[in-house]
Design a protein around this ligand. Structure first.
Ligand SMILES: Nc1ncnc2c1ncn2[C@@H]1O[C@H](COP(=O)(O)OP(=O)(O)OP(=O)(O)O)[C@@H](O)[C@H]1O
Length: 200
């Protein structure tokens, strides 16, 4: 599986954020998207996820599932955790599993893996920032998709959480997955750097 962007131009609110951007990512590879605030890292992830339309250029996936679109083969985890505060931890995960569809793993097992098995019935609104992030990460495990698009994924994670997440990313890559992550700090795994805009 090979993902390639060619000559991508991104316009937001009538203003060009970047243009002529080329990138590649392959199965088993992590790409760390870096650049100053506002350079367009989140926008690039959203373009790949199909949540924004490029003003120019192409994004093509070779060797993926030909019955599915690129967005259907991606997990997009934004930097804000998309959780419903009144729903419990388990209900939030079930919501996402239903919404995303496709092949599923055991949700209780995913919650145990991310260290939330003691909090399954707690409303998400009561979770700490790190716990909310862990719940978002459980989505990656419950619904299997080969391409993980992660926006500042280690934000709010403590040292043990970062270790746990590093292990999950390595397992995903070992299974032939792909990771593209916007980050201001170390991702915690071997990765190739894609810099957008000037030096931060
Ligand atoms: N909905 C929007 N309408 C207009 N402009 C937007 C919109 N969303 C983002 N932008 C602008 O697009 C540019 C790129 O934003 P983006 O969030 O992709 O940057 P980023 O590199 O992820 O930044 P950061 O490091 O601060 O997270 C910014 O100048 C931002 O103000």
């Amino acid at each position: 599986m090979q993902l390639a962007g060619r000559g991508i131009t991104c316009v937001r609110g009538g203003r060009e954020v970047f243009s002529g951007l080329d990138f590649e990512a392959a199965s088993g590879e992590a790409v760390a998207v870096v650049g100053r605030n506002g350079s367009g890292k989140t926008s690039l992830l959203r373009l790949i996820a199909g949540l924004l339309i490029p003003a120019g250029g192409t994004i093509v996936l070779d060797g993926g599932d030909t019955d599915m679109t690129l967005p259907e083969q991606c997990h997009y985890l934004g930097h804000r955790d998309a959780l419903k505060p009144a729903l419990s931890v388990t209900e939030n995960l079930s919501f996402w599993a239903e919404f995303l569809g496709g092949e599923r793993s055991d949700a209780a097992e995913s919650l145990a893996t991310v260290g939330l098995d003691h909090a399954t019935h707690l409303p998400a609104g009561f979770l700490s920032a790190g716990q909310r992030r862990r719940l978002s990460l459980a989505r990656l495990l419950t619904v299997r998709r080969p391409i993980w698009l992660l926006d500042e994924p280690t934000n709010a994670l403590d040292a043990a959480g970062q270790d746990m997440f590093g292990g999950l990313m390595r397992e995903h890559l070992a299974r032939g997955g792909m990771i593209i992550a916007a980050t201001h700090g170390p991702l915690g795994i071997d990765s190739r750097e894609l810099r957008i805009g000037g030096v931060a």
